[in-house]
Design a protein around this ligand. Structure first.
Ligand code: ASP
Ligand code: MG
Length: 419
């Protein structure tokens, strides 16, 4: 048994859906679970729709855009306008309209009932299109599989219940079909309500299925050829990592690599299920694989760039030392103001912190610190992390930029750079 996850970019057009169907068709020699995200940027659009409704703005333009986008894809895929997909979509859009009326006091609840519909739309379109291409498959409501608590927008998975449900549902489906199509990003609470798993949660959904079914492997189909050693938006000449370990993937994600969330890797690591990342644009190419141990001896340097950083230096006002009580107060102020710390360095008379710029809370943070300390800061900086660095890698990457802070251990170098 295998699990495939297709992200929003793979199904952002009729051509995209056709391509995904082709990929699925080539892999039906074993039972296959397909987890799909919302089409293109639908989740963002649904968030906008909800925001417009709450702010009492006109929702119609956004609603019509989401509706028009999906119907245009469906028109291209199903020329016969009496096909069932049309009435199925109408019924999802009807639910969407009605979710405006849900209790506005509970924002997170309302969010999940509306924003989760993006995946319902995409999975229905994909399932019907597979059927249209004579690929028998069964559409499954993921709420009957992934069990969560009722923490809306950040559902906590009930693993034992999910495992029982997933096994039962898949067993039933696979007794008749070879392919099951379901939604990423959502689970169901014990009242049968949609609970989303957090933004970009579809990878996690796929990992839950893979874990609960203890499958051979999980393949995530992306628009990149695999795990790259750097983000091609920031670096040229990126290299593909053919094999990496779960721990290395978790480390890279921790430093800010957007490959895959550590939350998705952990369940796979626990059952040693290999994770394959491949390109839906070039499905026959090798891709990357994450597993427990790799055979690769040499480590390719990996570059992770976090923009929008602020470096804050804190000094006692009275020339005393930065003592433990001061530290605990400083950490408290950062936590209070929701500022995520990425790196710290202290000396006898100062304490320096590199954090994500959080425009919303930054003023309050500086104000709170300034009550007790002298504070200086630089903003609009970049935090660059290099795993498996060499002196040359560091030199090349700095170029003519100024290094404001540098920290190294045996495997990792971190630099705070100004432009
Ligand atoms: N559609 C959801 C999002 O964009 C989940 C996902 O794509 O992983 O956040
Ligand atoms: Mg998405």
């Amino acid at each position: 048994m295998q699990v495939f996850k297709f992200g929003g970019a793979s199904v952002d057009s009729a051509k995209g859906v056709q391509n995904v169907c082709q990929i699925i068709a080539q892999h039906l020699d074993k039972p296959l679970v397909v987890v799909v995200s919302a089409m293109g940027k639908t989740t963002n659009a649904l968030e906008d729709l909800l925001a417009a409704n709450r702010e009492k703005r006109d929702t119609m333009p956004i609603y019509n855009q989401i509706r028009g986008y999906h119907f245009q894809i469906v028109n291209e895929l199903f020329p016969d306008k009496s096909h069932r997909i049309y009435s199925e979509l109408e019924s999802v859009f009807f639910t969407m309209m009605n979710s405006y009326k849900l209790s506005e006091e509970d924002y997170d609840y309302q969010y999940d009932q509306m924003v989760g519909l993006g995946e319902v739309l995409s999975s229905k379109i994909l399932s019907y299109y597979l059927q249209y291409c004579e690929i028998p498959n069964k559409w499954v409501d993921v709420k009957t599989c992934i069990a969560t608590d009722s923490t809306f927008r950040e559902g906590k998975v009930n693993w034992s219940k999910s495992e029982i449900q997933i096994r039962e549902v898949t067993q039933n489906v696979f007794s008749e079909y070879n392919c099951l199509v379901t939604q990423g990003f959502i689970g169901g609470d014990d009242k049968g309500r949609m609970v989303t798993l957090g933004r970009e949660g579809s990878d996690y959904s796929a990992a839950i299925f893979a874990y609960c079914l203890n499958v051979e492997n999980l393949t995530i189909w992306k628009d990149v050829p695999g795990f790259l050693n750097a983000d091609p938006r920031y670096f040229k000449d990126t290299q593909k990592l053919d094999e990496i370990t779960y721990s290395e993937a978790i480390e890279l994600a921790y430093y800010g690599a957007t490959i895959i969330h550590p939350k998705s890797i952990k369940p796979l690591q626990n059952r040693r299920i290999p994770l394959i990342v491949k390109s839906f644009k070039n499905p026959d190419a090798e891709g990357s694989i994450i597993l427990n141990e790799t055979s690769e001896k040499t480590k390719i340097p990996c570059y992770i760039c976090k923009p929008k950083q602020v470096l804050i230096s804190i000094y006692p006002k009275d020339f005393s030392f930065i003592a433990e009580q001061n530290m605990s107060y400083i950490f408290f102020v950062f936590a209070e103001n929701n500022m995520k710390i990425n790196l710290i360095q202290n000396s006898a008379v100062s304490f320096t912190v590199c954090a994500d710029e959080n425009k919303q809370h930054f003023g309050d943070l500086i104000e709170a610190l300034s009550n007790n300390f002298k504070v200086r800061y630089n903003d609009n900086l970049e935090l660059l992390t290099i795993r498996h660095y060499s002196e040359n890698d560091i030199k090349n990457v700095i170029g003519d930029r100024t290094v404001l802070l540098e920290q190294r251990n045996r495997t990792t170098a971190q630099l705070v750079l100004s432009k």
